[in-house]
Design a protein around this ligand. Structure first.
Ligand code: FAD
Length: 489
């Protein structure tokens, strides 16, 4: 951490002056996330602007229609605040459930929200409350604040001042902890604005995917009928959940639905009607993971630690998707952060890809080896293996083995499209390895989702109706083949 200057302003005006003067400066709240990232060499601000003496960020104010909590208020202060305990018990309990006393004494509401960890508790509470986040420049509705993995709507020189949470009739947060870190494996917050029938209900889930999200189907069902029964039969889409060593996507979606029922039951008095959790402590999650997977997803590949997988339907025929996957000119705009890609021979490519892994941005010089196992001309199913290995300077190395399967899948309209399934085992070494599986896999999942969305667009849209390849695709294919022929001469 050598060379970092420490600044300790005492007013908001001074904080803003520091940020204007030093564009590479970073705000320091309790340092629970930021200092850890700096120790690992993952972020290197020129200056740390410590917010602990800025009185404007320390307030808690509770009135009959809302509560205001300043950005620098620690979790411990929220948990111990008598008025919050009385009028907003859910907020006090959420804060009390964060990590251990040491973390709660130092970690802050503002730091947690600005960090937007995909498994943090505060984003779920704030989103379920429909809170307003007030910054040095504007007011941002919670629905617009949490953008993506470790990303928010905050601009570089914007300071989060605090959060205004409206009073509501019912609010509960229930989390199932990851036992080692005590972050939420999954956490669900449910709020109901008033006691009236058809009062608006908000359901926010953390720990499920790349970041906190609402569950609109559950909200609509509960708004019509405020009872656990209203949730019967509702399922979350496993495609938006992450799989990691702790739990599969299907386990997480199942857990989210169970926790949502518990949160509602806490208000409706229906707890007795819910199945009781098993008595065992730590192995409970893993045992349940196996049961859910074996019952509902018998075709999932055997789980390897760190493996991720996905499945997508594309409207184009297998031969067209196959050609696109083997064509670097098509691939480059589809790979998020791909700065260049070069074909070395029929099966080898080199690429430079800039990847954001949570708070870290690493530029990988990557070697790609393609091994087409079966091509469409040999009849289905079609399979391709990719070996990727990349060096991200002094941060470390990354590698992955990816297996892609393609087969024809008929749409509801009876037209032939492609079902594309992939399975990848990413591995990091060096400092990057210390980022931890949760972060790496959430990033990998986010990047692969972006890749397939872009591929679908390049191939001519996501509709299930048959469409000819887009002009863009045809032009690129034609141009790339022309270039290859030209340079072979
Ligand atoms: C072991 C452990 C377990 C944890 N378990 C949980 C858990 O179960 N649930 C949970 O919700 N959290 C958990 N946390 C997170 C923790 O409680 C902190 O909230 C989180 O790490 C942020 O730390 P901080 O407040 O010290 O902010 P810092 O680390 O100082 O800052 C984090 C980021 O926010 C930015 N930032 C800080 N303040 C502002 C501001 N006012 N305006 C704009 N940007 C700002 C910083 O520049 C930095 O990028 C855990 C943390 C640890 C270490």
């Amino acid at each position: 951490m050598s060379g970092v200057q420490y600044l300790r302003p005492t007013s908001l005006a001074e904080v803003q002056a520091c940020l204007q003067q030093h564009p590479q400066a970073q705000l320091l709240a309790g340092g629970q996330s930021l200092l850890a990232a700096m120790r690992l060499g993952l972020t290197q601000p020129s200056h740390l602007v410590d917010l602990q003496d800025v009185v404007e960020l320390q307030d808690i104010r509770v009135s009959h229609d809302h509560v205001w909590i300043g950005a620098m208020v620690t979790h411990a202060r929220v948990a111990a605040h008598a008025d919050i305990q009385h009028h907003h018990p859910m907020l006090a309990k959420l804060a009390h459930g964060i990590a251990d006393q040491q973390v709660r004494n130092v970690g802050t509401l503002g730091g947690s929200l600005a960090n937007n960890d995909p498994a943090a508790c505060w984003p779920a509470g704030v989103l379920a409350y429909g809170a307003t986040l007030v910054t040095s420049q504007r007011e941002i509705a919670a629905d617009d604040f949490f953008s993506d993995l470790f990303t928010t709507a905050l601009r570089p020189v914007e300071v989060l001042l605090g959060v205004r949470l409206p009073a509501c009739a019912c609010a509960t947060y229930v989390k199932y902890e990851q036992p080692a870190s005590r972050f939420a494996m999954v956490g669900v917050a449910v709020t109901r604005a008033t006691a009236h029938t058809h009062s608006p209900v908000r359901v926010a889930i953390t720990g499920l995917g790349h970041g906190v999200m609402r569950w609109p189907d559950a909200e609509a069902a509960l708004q019509g009928h405020w009872s656990v029964q209203a949730l019967d039969g509702l399922r979350l889409d496993a495609d938006m959940a992450q799989t990691d060593v702790h739990a599969s996507a299907s386990y997480r979606t199942h857990l989210a639905a169970v926790l949502c029922r518990r949160a509602v039951a806490a208000h409706t008095g229906e707890e007795g009607r819910l199945p009781q959790p098993a008595r065992t402590r730590f192995p409970r999650a893993l045992a349940h993971t196996e049961r859910v997977d074996s019952a509902q997803h018998t075709r999932q590949p055997a789980h390897q630690p760190g493996a991720i997988s996905g499945s997508h339907h594309l409207a184009q025929p297998v031969s067209l998707v196959w050609d696109a996957l083997l064509d670097p000119v098509i691939l480059q705009p589809c790979i998020p952060g791909c700065e260049s890609i070069q074909r070395l021979d029929d099966t080898h490519y080199s690429a430079v890809v800039k990847v954001g892994l949570g708070p870290v941005s690493a530029r990988f010089a990557t070697q790609i080896q393609l091994q087409p196992v079966r091509s469409p001309s040999q009849g289905e199913p079609t399979e391709c293996r990719l070996q990727l290995s990349g060096q991200a300077g002094s941060l470390g190395q990354g590698s992955a083995e990816v297996v892609v399967h393609l087969h024809t899948e008929m749409s509801d309209a009876g037209t032939a499209g492609t079902r594309l399934m992939w399975h990848a085992t990413p591995q990091l070494s060096g400092q990057l390895a210390q980022l931890g599986n949760r972060l790496v896999q959430a990033s990998a999942r986010s990047l692969s989702t972006q890749f397939f969305v872009r591929l679908t667009q390049v191939l001519g849209g996501a509709s299930t109706a048959p469409r000819p390849p887009s002009i863009f695709y045809a032009w690129r294919t034609h141009f790339s083949r022309w270039l290859q022929r030209f340079f072979k001469r």
